[in-house]
Design a protein around this ligand. Sequence first.
Ligand SMILES: C[S@@+](CC[C@H](N)C(=O)[O-])C[C@H]1O[C@@H](n2cnc3c(N)ncnc32)[C@H](O)[C@@H]1O
Length: 214
Amino acid sequence: MIEHSDSLLSQSSAFESELPISSACLRNQAPIADVLMQELTVPSVVLELGSGTGQHAAFMTAQLPHLTWQPSDLSSALPMIQAWRKRSGQSNFLPPLVLDVAQDLWPVKQVDAVFSANVVHFISWPNVRAMMAGIGRVLTNKGRAFLYGPFNYGGEFTSEGNQQLDVWLRERDPESGIKDIEQVIITARKEKLRLLKDIGMPANNRLLVLQKSL
Ligand SMILES: C[S@@+](CC[C@H](N)C(=O)[O-])C[C@H]1O[C@@H](n2cnc3c(N)ncnc32)[C@H](O)[C@@H]1O
């Protein structure tokens, strides 16, 4: 781990009195923790991509103390994550890293697991491909990646809410949008990441469990 965000530490004070809160995180954090508890039973280092507010890091480190959680995101998100880290006080909640999934070199060497919530639909296909390649590089053999969020099946949305979300995403960034699970699986396989489980989650979301197999 080399690129910690100390230069952004001071900005976190702006968030300390009123932490940014994602209501989606509040709804999905317990069901996600239940899955991680079953899947990651031994002490593990988990790299989180696109940590957002940092709420998942705060919740998972409290619920799953055997996990060492390495949050990361674009630099603009780091003050929020720092503020949540300070509030959580968990020693297994590491300082966040600046990590753009599109960058060729990621600031981590090897991790036992990767977690990412609501990022695949938020980014473009080229960035999803870069994300899979990066996950393939940093995961240990047999390590697992957990991708949470909405996916389409056979080119179809699984709910009206997901269809509306897709419209909103594409208005914001025409290259983003909910991805077809079949294409995600093919892209992952090219990086030696094989789908182990596709778990149904609340609000028409899925939790994909991928395993690196050399
Ligand atoms: C919808 S938010 C999800 C945040 C959080 N994981 C959650 O579930 O609440 C998408 C996140 O992806 C991050 N993101 C967007 N593009 C990225 C990129 N190229 N590399 C890494 N993170 C990125 C955003 O900064 C944002 O935090």
